[in-house]
Structures are given as structure tokens and as C-alpha cells.
Ligand binder design. Structure first.
Ligand code: PEP
Ligand code: MG
Length: 588
């Protein structure tokens, strides 16, 4: 039966395919496909972890004091029995052999399947075994974590081989990913795979899951509430990334309708592709800088493919996440930054120092330790609290600057004290490199304006920095007190709220008046519906995911800034800016 689920539209386009479910897990597990030749090794890894847990449980049994309650011994028996349950084990092995899931992914998928069965049981005793099974599997997952195989990110198996009988008529059917949530680390992993689109239960328009979806340039819907409960493995799913709708088990008529829309989208894309080499200049001859946001050095290829004139934001934190606390050392970071610099072939690269925290936790332990992560020890606050880590990163960036034009960008600054400390650490990193006689290069220094306190105190920032970069994602979050990752308040996350527009317009105006560079690198920069408004505010430098550059360029080519300035002033003075934007769009 066809049904639809509504969420947040975050990455454009239509995707159709069979659902691959990613079960939630209390342990932060990696998800990747293993290559066919790795399957025996993966099965062995699973076996070894199960064996270790069995030994652990037996040891606990042996060490039980004589006066321990009888229930405790019985519970350990139940855990051992569940661990050795043959049908469960068969299921896990099947996920590894047929779908080529890594052992952790196979375990959580099978767990989810069995837990659902338990939940449907009448017998209360059996229903309660669900928690026991979860605990046992958690133990196995923790063992596996200590014995992880290197992630190779093999492509998923062809569907004819992997699909259940009812799907076998479909050769090479695209896969769409359905999950409760995706960690940024998982997202990067899947970036190398071939999912046609994805859906998550949680997340807002500018959550990092949504941001990485845009960088992958695949249709995505986040905040689709209970999608991961309602969609079943192998269900046919349509993801409408424009409307934020997920259609499950669509009828042939609906499928045909969406196939048509998909083709239209592809045509539009190829039409936009022709703008690749067109200079980014408005009708009245103003040159506009279009820069790329990247997460990994390899993303520079996509940036060059759309003729970005540099990287306006390299989110370096993606090098740090999902590594179970093992931070990248100076050499690893230097190689990554250098690869990005060289990848841009002489064009400037803005490297932002690590911005972990909030919805970009370092790992699952970090998450659990913070009461309100968005207001907690994130971004520059974490860097200043971990000077050895910060100095390591600064040295790596300064060394990479010897290979090309590098700008150093600092996230989430708000206080003079933070600015002073940050500048001191940068000097210190330079002098450490001098002491080592290690080559390093000059860097322009920039501050992210993403906390209202910074946007309301711009002269301080303009005195200390060479350029500003407006992080609208956080600026909106902190101005409106709306968690950007929380779908339950996503309707209040308003990029056109007059307060937000005033802060953005003011930052642009003050930076320009001071003769300093100013870029918008938040998601507003990549939204073609806002291009004219930002041009009217005086913005001449936009940084966004490569996938958005051509659509924004199209708006620039049609814009006449002479006419936009007064209109932007009216929008800024209005209580209902949205209305004015809609009127202007309708009049075109
Ligand atoms: C922003 O806040 O707008 C920004 C660009 O930084 P991030 O999205 O990585 O927090
Ligand atoms: Mg930010």
C-alpha cells in the first residue's frame, strides 16, 4: 500500500530505489560495505567477538559470589543463550555474505529485525528479552570496535545477487538509505558509495547530515520522523528532495510521474552545466566570487568541475570525527591540507580550524558528556581547551600554506579573550615551526561571524582579522534559539527572520566599509532564492557546496545590482520579508 512521509527538503532532486535500512545503535558503529574477498575475514571477526563475549559471560558466571541472587546467574544464562542463538547468527551472517555489510552493520540490522518481532509478541516475558538481546549485542559491538578492520568502502553488491527473491527481477536497482540518523562520519563513508538518496528520521535543514547530503549532491529528506520504523528493508521508495516527501511502495502511476520529474531535473542540470565556464558577472557588470565548501581534500575535484574560484570553507573537523578519540596527528593533517591546496591548483583555500561539537560530535562518548552541546564546548572553545591539539592543527595548516594560498578561518569566536588567545596560539605555532626550521607560509586570518555577540560587535573583529565569513547556519540557530538539528522546531528556523537579516546585512556593510573581505559560507549562500537579496545587501563573495554553484550563478547572471539595492533595503525594513521575496519572484 502506498503511503507518504513528510520531512525537510534538504538536497534537491528525485531518487527512486529499494530501501537499505540502517538500524540505530546505542554504540557508535561504523557502516560500510566489505569487498567480496573480505567476507571470510569479516565472518571471522564476528566469530571472534562473539567468542570473546561468551568467554566474558562465562567468567562472570564463574566469579558470581555464593550469595548472589539466583536471578543474576539465570540472567547470565539467558545472555549466553541469546548470544549463541543459531537463527540470529544465521541472519547476521547472511547480511555479511549477501549484502556485504560490515559485521557491526550486519549485527545492528539483524538486531533491529528481531527486536521488531519481539515487540509484536503477546508474551510479556518474551517481550522483555528484547532488552537482554540488546545488551548482549552491545557487548559484541564493543568487542568489534576494538578489532575493527580498516574501512575500505567497497561498492555495494549488485542487486541481483543481494536482493531477496521478490526483488530479483530488478537488476542493479538503485539503493536508497533509510536511517534514524546518520553520523557525519557515516555520511563521509557513504559519500564513497553509490546510494541514490537518503532519508533520516531526525535533522533540520542545516543539520550537518543535511549539509553533507548537499555535498554528495543526492536527493535527501531529513526530519522524516518515523521513516526508519515505517519503511521496511527492500521497500520501493521515492525520495522527493525538492518537496521533502518520501513515498513508500508507490503505485505504477506515481512511479511514472516521478520518473518524468526526475528526467526533467536531469535536463535542468545539464542546462545549468553549460554555465560552467561563463564568468560570474551580474547584468550591470559586477564580478561575483563563487567559492566552494568542502569536507575532504578530494572534494576539490567537484569544486574545480564547476569552476569555483577557490575554497571558501574547508570544514576540517571531518578529519577528526568517528575515530574513537584517535585524533589525526600533524603529518596526517598536513598531508590533507596540502592535498586540498594542491588540488585547487593555485586558487585560494580557506581552512577552518576544527569545529566539533553540537551535531558534529567527535564520537559517541563526546555526545553523552554534554548537556547542551550546541551551547557547550564546541568549535574554538574546544580548541582553546585542548591547546596541544590546537597547536598541532595550526602547525599543519601553516605548513600547508607553503604550498599555495591559504586563509585560516576561526569558528565561533565571541569574546575578546578568545581572540587574543587564538592569535597567541597562532604566533606560538609559527615560532615552533621556526624552531624546528620547518617551512611554513603566510596566512590571511579570518573570523566566522556566527554568534550574535560577534555580529553585534563587529569593530572588534574587523580590528583583529583580515576577513570575515558569515556562518548563517549557526547565526540563525543562536539568534532564534532554534536547534538547527532538531526537526521538531524546524518550522521556526527562519533564515528570513528580520533579526537574522539585520545581522547579515550589517556584517556585510561594516566589513565593506572597513575595506575587509566578507563571504557568506552558511547554507544561505547556496540558496538561489536568496542570491538577489544577498547581492542587494552588498555581498560579492559566496561560498557553498559545489553542487549549488551553477544554480546560484544563474541568478547572478540575471541580476542587476543597481536595481536590487533599494529593494533589499525595503526587505530589510519589512516585518514580512518572505512576502516581498515571493512578490519579487512572481514578478519575474
Ligand atoms: C555556519 O554555521 O553557517 C557554518 C558555515 O558552519 P557549520 O555549518 O559548519 O557550523
Ligand atoms: Mg557554524
Amino acid at each position: 500500500m502506498t503511503f507518504s512521509i513528510h520531512g525537510q527538503a534538504v538536497a534537491r532532486g528525485i531518487a527512486m530505489g529499494r530501501a537499505t535500512l540502517l538500524a540505530p545503535s546505542r554504540v557508535d558503529v561504523a557502516h560500510y560495505f566489505v569487498a567480496p574477498e573480505q567476507i571470510p575475514g569479516e565472518l571471522q571477526r564476528l566469530q571472534a567477538a562473539r567468542g570473546a563475549v561468551a568467554a566474558e559471560l562465562q567468567r562472570l558466571q564463574g566469579e558470581l559470589p555464593k550469595d548472589a541472587p539466583a536471578e543474576l546467574a539465570a540472567l547470565l544464562d539467558v545472555h549466553l543463550m541469546l548470544l549463541q542463538d543459531q537463527p540470529f547468527d544465521d541472519g547476521v551472517r547472511q547480511w555479511i555474505q549477501e549484502r556485504r555489510y560490515n559485521a557491526e552493520w550486519a549485527l545492528t540490522t539483524q538486531l533491529e529485525l528481531v527486536v521488531r518481532q519481539f515487540e509484536e509478541m503477546e508474551d510479556e516475558y518474551l517481550r522483555e528479552r528484547k532488552a537482554d538481546l540488546e545488551q548482549v549485542i552491545e557487548r559484541v559491538l564493543r568487542h568489534l570496535k576494538g578489532a575493527a578492520t580498516p574501512v575500505t568502502a567497497a561498492p555495494p553488491p549488485p542487486r541481483a545477487q543481494a536482493a531477496p527473491p521478490q526483488a530479483q527481477e530488478q537488476q542493479n536497482v538503485p539503493l536508497v538509505l533509510v536511517a534514524h540518523d546518520l553520523s557525519p562520519a557515516d555520511m563521509l563513508q557513504f559519500k564513497k558509495s553509490v546510494f541514490a538518496g537518503f532519508v533520516t528520521d531526525v535533522g533540520g535543514k542545516t543539520s550537518h547530515t543535511a549539509i553533507v547530503a548537499r555535498s554528495m549532491d543526492i536527493p535527501a529528506v531529513v526530519g522524516a520522523r518515523s521513516a526508519s520504523q515505517l519503511v521496511q528493508q527492500d521497500d520501493w521508495v521515492i525520495i522527493d528532495g525538492d518537496a521533502g516527501v518520501v513515498i513508500v511502495d508507490p503505485s505504477p502511476i506515481i512511479l511514472a510521474d516521478y520518473a518524468f520529474k526526475q528526467r526533467q531535473g536531469e535536463l535542468e542540470r545539464s542546462r545549468l552545466g553549460r554555465l560552467r565556464t561563463t564568468p560570474s558577472v551580474t547584468l550591470d557588470g559586477q564580478k561575483i566570487e563563487l567559492l566552494a565548501n568542502i569536507e575532504q581534500p578530494g572534494d576539490t575535484q567537484a569544486a574545480l568541475a564547476v569552476s569555483a574560484v577557490g575554497v571558501g570553507l574547508f570544514r576540517s573537523e571531518f578529519l577528526f570525527m568517528g575515530r574513537a578519540g584517535q585524533l589525526p596527528d600533524e603529518e596526517e593533517q598536513y598531508r590533507a591540507y596540502r592535498a586540498a591546496v594542491e588540488g585547487m591548483q593555485g586558487l585560494p583555500v580557506t581552512i577552518r580550524t576544527v569545529d566539533v561539537g553540537a551535531d558534529k560530535p567527535l564520537d559517541d562518548r563526546y555526545d553523552a558528556a554534554h548537556l547542551n552541546p550546541a551551547l557547550g564546548l564546541r568549535a574554538i572553545r574546544w580548541s582553546l581547551a585542548e591547546p596541544a591539539m590546537f597547536l598541532t592543527q595550526l602547525r599543519a595548516i601553516l605548513r600547508a600554506a607553503a604550498h599555495g594560498k591559504v586563509q585560516l578561518l576561526l569558528p565561533m569566536l565571541a569574546h575578546l579573550g578568545e581572540i587574543r588567545q587564538t592569535l597567541d596560539w597562532i604566533d606560538k605555532a609559527r615560532s615552533q615551526l621556526d624552531d624546528r626550521a620547518q617551512v611554513h607560509g603566510p596566512v590571511a586570518l579570518g573570523a566566522m561571524i556566527e554568534v550574535p555577540a560577534a555580529a553585534l560587535n563587529l569593530p572588534l573583529f574587523l580590528r583583529h582579522f583580515d576577513f570575515l565569513s558569515i556562518g548563517t547556519n549557526d547565526l540563525i540557530q543562536y539568534t532564534l534559539a532554534i536547534d538547527r538539528a532538531d526537526e521538531s522546531v524546524a518550522h521556526l528556523y527562519d533564515q528570513l527572520h528580520p533579526a537574522v537579516l539585520h545581522l547579515v546585512a550589517d556584517t556585510i556593510a561594516q566589513a565593506r566599509a572597513a575595506g575587509k573581505g566578507v563571504t557568506v559560507c552558511g547554507e544561505m549562500a547556496g540558496d538561489p532564492a536568496l542570491t538577489r537579496l544577498l547581492l542587494g545587501f552588498g555581498l560579492r563573495s559566496f561560498s557553498m557546496h559545489p553542487s549549488q554553484i551553477l544554480a546560484v550563478k544563474q541568478e547572478i547572471l540575471r541580476a542587476d545590482i543597481g536595481k536590487l539595492t533599494e529593494w533589499a533595503r525595503q526587505v530589510l525594513a519589512s516585518d514580512e520579508p518572505q512576502k516581498l521575496l515571493l512578490q519579487a519572484a512572481a514578478a519575474r
